[in-house]
Design a protein around this ligand. Structure first.
Ligand code: GSH
Length: 372
């Protein structure tokens, strides 16, 4: 039977790992194809307008880009056993952890791929080379990999990965591994025996880079075997199985992780929102550039500079919108949780310019503010 969906991606791609695990869990009729140079030229650029992966193609000729949009598109078509918890707190936590995985844990992921390249050079380069030209010899693939991977390794300073920040990045990542290891000693997934959108957010960085590149993989296996076992569970799930914990329980083991997310990432996102607003005031109706200069950021005990990634607002808006839609007891419970993790003021920020994605471009645009 021909596949209903084709996912164009790569084994070593952070965001492909997020969608791949999701599609396996949903038990869909799909196949994955490597995003080779020809696929970029013949499929991705003409249909998406930008060289980015992963891309979903449907059997009726639709193309969807962005892992969150891909998952939401598939959830609409296959609503059984949703990865979005129905209950207020679990849904909030799942959306926050998706944001954390997608936009913040990219920092340790990129660090542990590129800063230790001397210890895993041939593996990483041959992955890039094999994707681009699958028929080339290993030596050729390594040489091609060195060329085509340059834009990715060149991102390190923009992500805030420098000699000064690396000690803080490593400290924070090791703490995360320890905290997740305790959590996954007790639970199969973040919120019970069913994976949520939060698991998929974490899976991106924790698989393709941190759970697969030789140096960080060895670190994870040794220091946090329960996290490594979760990565394997995410990659080999029993489709459509499991339940979220009853009574909207948030396991205590997630609280330290959420606290770090609130103290490190949310100030960055709030500043992104201000920059996006300022940009739109200057340029009403414009396409907001993906990167709006640099700003200060904090990771654990260190501060540094990193780029202002306009996209972070779009993912944050999902958690914000969900929180703002809560009332009565659910709102009180969410406020209690947010107070305990240090996220309440961030989720109460006023968003003056609501942002949307537009098909055929990666730059966000201003959209219609939601009404309550
Ligand atoms: N937010 C996007 C990010 C996708 C992304 O950054 N993909 C990487 C490979 S894992 C890429 O192709 N980057 C090129 C770019 O960002 O221009 C998603 O969720 O799909």
């Amino acid at each position: 039977m021909a596949a209903d969906y084709i996912l164009y991606g790569a084994d070593h791609s952070l965001f492909t790992g997020k969608v791949r695990a999701y599609m396996r869990y949903k038990g869909l009729n799909w196949e994955e194809r490597p995003a080779s140079r020809d696929v970029y030229l013949d499929i991705i650029l003409p249909n998406i307008g930008a060289p980015i992966i992963p891309i979903l193609e449907t059997s009726d000729g639709q193309y969807v880009q962005d892992t969150t949009d891909i998952i939401d598109f598939l959830e609409d078509r296959h609503p059984d056993v949703s990865v979005y918890p129905e209950t207020p707190l679990q849904r909030l936590v799942a959306l926050l952890l998706e944001l954390y995985g997608d936009e913040w844990l990219m920092i340790p992921a990129m660090h542990y791929r590129w800063s230790v390249l001397d210890q895993q050079h041939d593996f990483v380069m041959s992955e890039f080379g094999r994707l681009s030209v699958p028929e080339a010899s290993i030596e050729e693939q390594i040489a091609i990999g060195e060329r085509v991977s340059k834009p990715f390794s060149a991102m390190l300073p923009n992500l805030g990965i420098t000699e000064d920040t690396i000690p803080g990045i490593e400290l924070t990542y090791l703490a995360l591994l320890d905290q997740l290891d305790q959590h996954f000693a007790q639970f199969d997934f973040l919120l019970g025996s069913r994976p949520s959108i939060g698991d998929y957010g974490l899976m991106g960085p924790l698989y393709a880079h941190l759970g697969r590149d030789p140096v960080p993989k060895a670190l994870m296996q040794k220091r946090a075997p329960n996290v490594y076992a979760w990565v394997e569970r995410m990659n080999g799930p029993l489709p459509l199985s499991g339940q979220f914990l009853a009574h909207d329980v948030i396991p205590d083991t997630l609280l330290p992780i959420l606290k770090t997310m609130c103290s490190d990432q949310l100030p960055d996102v709030l500043d992104v929102i201000e920059h996006n607003s300022a940009w739109l005031q200057e340029t009403p109706g414009g396409n907001i550039p993906r990167f709006l200069g640099q700003h200060q950021f904090t990771t654990g005990p260190v501060t540094g500079k990193r780029f202002i990634s306009s996209y972070a607002q779009w993912l944050f808006q999902r958690a914000w919108l969900h929180y703002q839609s809560l009332d009565g007891d659910a709102r009180v419970a969410a406020d209690t949780l947010l107070n305990s993790i240090g996220g309440r003021s961030a989720l109460n920020v006023t968003i003056h310019h609501w942002l949307e994605r537009r098909a055929g471009q990666l730059e966000l645009v201003e959209g219609q503010s939601p009404h309550f």
